[in-house]
Every structure is written in C-alpha cells, then in structure tokens.
Ligand binder design. Structure first.
Ligand code: GDP
Length: 297
C-alpha cells in the first residue's frame, strides 16, 4: 500500500531539497507533481485540491523561502498537511464509555471484512482490556454467516449469542442486549448483514437495529482495495445512518492508498482501526502521523 505514491512524493521532495534556494515557480511545479501523484493514487479530487492549496499557501512566504533549507521546510509543511488530511495527530480510540453492556454496531457491504473485523475487535477487547465480550451475528441473509461468527468467537475465546433460527435481525439484536445485561457482559458486538450494494432496505435495517440497541460505536467496515468506491460507500452510509468510525481492511494489499487519504475529508468520520490480514490479530490503530511517515518515506 502507498508504494507508488510514496515513491513519487519522495522524488518530488528530493528534487526540492537539492535546489537550495526556492522560487514560487519551484513550489508551483512541485505541487503540480504532487497533484498528479495523488490523483494517480486515487485520492479524491477535492482532497487533492485542498491539499495542494494549503501547502502552497503555507510554503509561499518569506519565512519558508528565506529559510536555510527551504526544500526541507516545504517537506515539513507537506508532512503537517498530510497528517491533518488523515485526521490529525494521534489515533482516535474506540469510545466504550457508556454503561455496560456497551453495544458496537458493525456495518458495511458484504465482503468488506465485517465479520472478520468483529472477531478481531472481540479478541482485542478480551485480551488487551480484559472485557467480557459477546459476539452476535444479525445476518439472517447468508445462512453461513451466523456460524462463521460463532467460529470466530471460539477462536477469540469470547462468547457468542446462541443461534435461534427464524428470528429477525432486530429480534436477535434485542436478545443480544438482553443476554448482555442478564449475563454481565461489558461489550456486545453486533455484526449486521451486508449487501452487495447500498440500498434503502439495508439502511432502514441498520437504523432499526441502532434504535433498538443504542450503540456507543457504529463502525463502518470498508475495503481499502476498492479505492474511490470505499469513500463513496462511506459517505452514503454516514449520510444515511451516521457512523462514529471507520475500519479500513486489506491495508496489507497493494491498494494505492487514495481511500485512506480521502476518507476523513469526504465523510467527516475518522478512520479508527485498520485490518492488515486475515488473522484475528491483524488489527491496528490508525495513527495519522505514522501513515504520513510511511507515505513520505
Ligand atoms: P463480510 O462479508 O464483510 O463479513 O466479510 P468477511 O469478514 O467474511 O471477509 C471476507 C474475506 O476477507 C475473508 O476471506 C477474510 O479473511 C478477508 N479479510 C478480512 N479482513 C482482511 C484484511 O484486513 N486483510 C486481508 N488480506 N483479508 C481480509
């Protein structure tokens, strides 16, 4: 991930550093190259425009131009603006401050990695934070989905809600919260059904489940490999149901990185976690400054 973008940006800044003194035209030329590199990496156009405008505004001024190493100063500005675009300094943690059992609602399209991510979050909360976690699959669309989550729960050594055939997603959600309360669970993770594309029925179902369970987090799972589509999906979900955070999966793939870079600005929601593999341990916090460091080499 980010390989091509990183290579191109490193090239631009190496050139700037070698120049010594910088003119406004040098900065303009560098920003033209940055713009092309970002567009090639599938970064959304408004994000690219905003990015290059901000860098230019901050770079073109006596302070930078007359500094001892202007190329270095511009590279520092790019780093700062990139961190801002990625969501600002520091990872945004999961908000689990509500009264137990705290509900986490997992939403997203089919195949995004939602069920796997539910298992990953369960494992993390169980092992790192010693929370009692109950996993519940509300996916009545795919017959195997509830079994898949049950198996993940076993692997993560957390509990899963017993499967009762014939219940609707809302009924399962209610039963999960009741079980959570009755049996003293700290966190109930609700894995909703995904569909192949966004439709009103899916959104209506999510809204109904949310009204029933009052989740502290509504986490949208998106696949980084789908590029601009991931951003469009996130915007549609956020507009329709409101999400509190995004989990971006398949960061281990060779995605060009545009989705990660565009997400915050286009959707307004922070990327909170990333998935980097099929294993349950492959879940990381999203640290904008570390990601910027990877991109800028
Ligand atoms: P769902 O339909 O959204 O619930 O998707 P699943 O959780 O069933 O995941 C679909 C496939 O993607 C499975 O084969 C997962 O192992 C795989 N997967 C999920 N997250 C990641 C990830 O971060 N990296 C990789 N390489 N594969 C992932």
């Amino acid at each position: 991930m980010f390989d091509a973008l990183s290579g191109k940006l490193t090239g631009v800044f190496d050139k700037l550093r070698q120049r010594g003194a910088l003119s406004e035209a040098d900065v303009t030329e560098a920003m033209r190259e940055v713009r092309l590199a970002m567009l090639d990496a599938d970064v959304a156009l408004p994000v690219v425009k905003d990015f290059t405008t901000k860098v230019r505004e901050r770079a073109i001024g006596r302070e930078v131009m007359d500094s001892i190493s202007p190329g270095q100063a511009v590279a520092k500005i790019v780093n700062d603006v990139l961190i801002e675009a990625l969501g600002g300094a520091g990872a945004v943690p999961l908000n689990l401050a509500a009264a137990a059992p705290v509900a986490i609602l997992m939403v997203g399209l089919q195949g995004s990695g939602k069920t796997t991510t539910s298992g990953k979050i369960a494992l993390r909360l169980h092992t790192r934070e010693r929370r009692r976690v109950l996993l519940a699959s509300l996916d009545t669309q795919r017959p195997a989905a509830q079994l898949q989550l049950q198996q993940l729960a076993e692997k993560a050594r957390v509990s899963s809600l017993p499967i009762v055939p014939g219940q609707t997603p809302v009924q399962i959600a209610r039963r999960a919260m009741e079980t959570g309360r009755r049996e003293g669970f700290d966190v109930v993770i609700l894995d909703t059904a995904g569909r192949l594309s966004i439709d009103e029925a899916l959104m209506a179902e999510v809204r109904e489940i949310r009204a029933e369970t009052n989740p502290a987090e509504t986490l949208l799972v998106v696949d980084a490999m789908t590029g601009q589509d991931a951003v469009n999906t996130a915007k549609a979900f956020n507009d329709a149901v409101g999400v509190t955070g995004i989990v971006m999966t398949r960061m281990d793939g060779d995605a060009r990185g545009g989705a990660a870079l565009s997400m915050r600005q286009i959707t307004g929601a922070p990327i909170k976690l990333t998935g980097s593999g099929e294993k349950l341990e492959a879940l990381e916090d999203f640290h904008p400054e570390r990601v910027a460091g990877r991109i800028l080499g």
